[in-house]
Design a protein around this ligand. Structure first.
Ligand SMILES: Nc1ncnc2c1ncn2[C@@H]1O[C@H](COP(=O)(O)OP(=O)(O)OP(=O)(O)O)[C@@H](O)[C@H]1O
Length: 609
């Protein structure tokens, strides 16, 4: 039965390829089937697909809504047109230069845009688009001013001059390549890192993923595609003016991505087809902006996932009924233990982490007061204390999410200088969060694979081209993820989006994702919360397995019997201060600890009587 299912998945992929090839074949026959008017429209769809595939990577994968991308198209178009009309250079040379200049300018704009984040991000891109438009109107010597540049040469190859038909075929080929690149990226560690950062920047950073690096890559790809499509358009149309690339064009580009379905590879194709054909069909050329505004409103209100996203939402559950629930990678012979524990176990008596005099303030609140203790390698060290005692704050300080005002850390005997979350992850410290921070858009397997990003990430070029080496690395990561899920005893559907997981499974997957970073120190913030008794038992076994192989665990937990069973050492915090460190038996029977835990209840109880 399993083989049948696997075969049917193979058939699905094959069916996808056949349908794709048939569609491309049909579109390639376009020049011989439609008149010039419709061929022009098809050509424009191709141009938009190229640009919007880049924007889809930026908006859908990275979560950066750029409303100035027409400016980057303009850079490619004007640079190539200027060089072509002034120096008579060939299209192939000037298109390449246009693309590179667009890449350079896009990369420069990316820096403030990514750093600003939030609402300022889109404002910067709008400002960029407006500035480019103004520069083109005023810089006569380069752009021809408001009149633009005309007489731009068409591409030539061995004496053959490209006409609209051949340019259309060329654009179709580039659009298909752009779509394949977007698809490859989505299936690579770069694509997963982009989506992870978009969904939960803190969780992504805790896996060692640098937001700036992945978002910068998204900006770079989209700049290249915008510059290229700008150059192709200019050399086909033979004329460009500043109005070709105004604010309206930028809005149109965003609309195509959102209408088609941001983050969906085929979204730009659907969006571009509708946005190009609709004003023609409705004969609303003069009311184009009003029509776009209406479409934008309707899409955001009725189809927030766009057309492709909505259709996928209907179809995916039907297909998942045929998906193998617990599919394991056949190529892997490695077990979860072999993957996790390739490093030699550390001696138990060695101090892995030493905290000295940690203080943390939130305004007037002194949340951590001179916290000092050490954590021995290969042990489970629990942090307990009443609500608000400062346990999570301490974990946040250790993991680099918060900086402390005073105090120092030593890891493996070396002093650590203040560090970011992603830099701490690079040191081999992994964590989970009190409230699940899984990447909901990604499947269970993809979540785990995201944990391997810092060690396994292939180069960006290899990911875009899906080279055999990159494919091998992907398969290895997938096999390792299966093995890790086996290790934690995860029995659920591994291809299911994390958004659909029950709470207990979310917690387990989050632990597996942290383990995927191969940490030497694992910080767990209330991992048993929301778990069933069986799952807690599995967690207990897993923790024992981890420490037996030398992994060190710092555990925050409110289930005291669980703490008592698994811990080697317990540190008790109360009002941000350490009130004791010792064995679980010592600590949990210490009168100060009982007072700290029960004091509030006693007060409450006495108030009731
Ligand atoms: N980001 C923050 N800004 C302001 N105050 C904060 C912040 N994070 C924590 N605090 C405060 O610091 C104190 C310690 O909180 P913390 O969450 O670390 O306690 P805890 O021991 O983990 O509690 P619980 O068991 O309920 O999770 C609390 O008074 C809390 O309100």
């Amino acid at each position: 039965m399993n083989q049948l299912i696997e075969k049917s998945f193979g058939y699905r992929t094959a069916a996808g390829w056949i349908a794709g090839l048939a569609a491309v074949g049909l579109l390639a026959a376009g020049p011989w089937m439609v008149d010039t008017y419709y061929l022009n429209l098809l050509f424009m769809i191709g141009i938009f697909v190229i640009t919007c595939t880049g924007m889809n990577i930026l908006i859908g994968y990275c979560g950066i809504v750029s409303i100035g991308h027409a400016g980057l198209m303009a850079v490619g178009a004007y640079m190539s047109s200027f060089l072509s009309t002034t120096y008579g250079l060939s299209f192939w040379t000037v298109a390449l230069i246009g693309m590179l200049v667009s890449l350079i300018i896009g990369s420069l704009i990316a820096i403030p845009t990514i750093r600003a984040g939030g609402v300022y991000l889109s404002m910067i891109t709008i400002a960029f688009g407006v500035v480019i438009h103004e520069v083109l109107i005023r810089w006569d010597g380069f752009s021809g001013g408001p009149l633009g540049i005309s007489g731009i040469a068409k591409p030539q190859v061995a004496g053959y001059t490209f006409d609209l038909k051949s340019m259309y075929i060329f654009v179709l080929a580039i659009a298909v390549i752009a779509l394949l690149i977007a698809r490859n990226l989505r299936r690579s560690s770069w694509g997963r890192a982009m989506i992870a950062t978009k969904e939960n920047e803190i969780a992504a950073a805790s896996l060692g993923i640098r937001k700036f690096t992945v978002q910068y890559a998204g900006f770079a790809i989209s700049s290249v595609l915008a510059g290229l499509s700008g150059a192709i358009y200019a050399h086909t149309n033979s004329f460009i003016s500043p109005d070709t690339y105004n604010f309206q064009t930028s809005v149109q580009l965003v609309l195509i991505v959102i209408l088609g379905g941001s983050g969906r590879v085929l979204g730009p194709v659907i969006g571009a087809a509708i946005i190009v054909f609709l004003p023609e069909v409705l004969d609303m050329e003069k009311l184009r902006m009003a029509l776009y505004g209406g479409i934008m409103f309707a899409v955001l209100f009725f189809l927030p996932k766009g057309i492709a996203g909505t259709v996928a939402g209907w179809v995916a559950p039907q297909l998942s009924r045929f998906a193998p629930k617990s599919q394991k990678a056949s190529s892997s012979t490695a077990s979860g233990e072999e993957i996790m524990f390739s490093a030699p176990a550390q001696a138990k008596d060695k101090e892995l982490l030493v905290l000295e005099g940690i203080n943390k303030y939130f305004g007037g609140l002194h949340a951590l007061k001179d916290v000092s203790f050490s954590v021995a390698a290969g042990t489970i060290h629990s942090l307990v204390g009443p609500n608000g005692a400062g346990k999570t704050t301490l974990l946040n300080v250790i993991s680099g999410l918060y900086s402390s005002e005073q105090g120092s850390f030593k890891l493996h005997g070396e002093k650590l200088v203040p560090r970011s979350l992603s830099a701490v992850a690079q040191l081999g410290i992994a964590r989970t969060f009190q409230h699940s921070r899984l990447f909901k858009e990604l499947s269970v397997l993809e979540n785990i694979m995201t944990g391997m990003t810092k060690r396994e990430r292939s180069g960006l070029g290899a990911s875009l081209l899906r080279t055999p080496k990159q494919l091998r690395s992907e398969r290895q990561m997938e096999a390792r993820s299966h093995a890790l899920l086996d290790l934690i005893g995860y029995e659920g559907d591994r291809h299911m989006p994390a958004s659909q997981l029950p709470y207990g499974h979310q917690r387990m997957v989050e632990i597996a994702r942290a383990l995927a970073t191969s940490p030497s120190l694992l910080l767990l913030d209330e991992p048993a919360a929301g778990m069933t008794a069986t799952e807690i038992e599995q967690l207990e076994n897993l923790l024992r397995k981890l420490v037996s192989h030398g992994v060190t665990v710092i555990l925050i937990e409110h289930h005291m019997d669980f703490v008592q069973r698994v811990s080697d050492t317990v540190t008790v915090l109360d009002f941000g201060r350490v009130i004791g460190t010792g064995s679980p038996e010592q600590m949990l029977s210490d009168p100060r600890v009982i007072q700290a835990y029960l004091g509030g209840e006693e007060v409450a109880a006495s108030a009731e009587h």
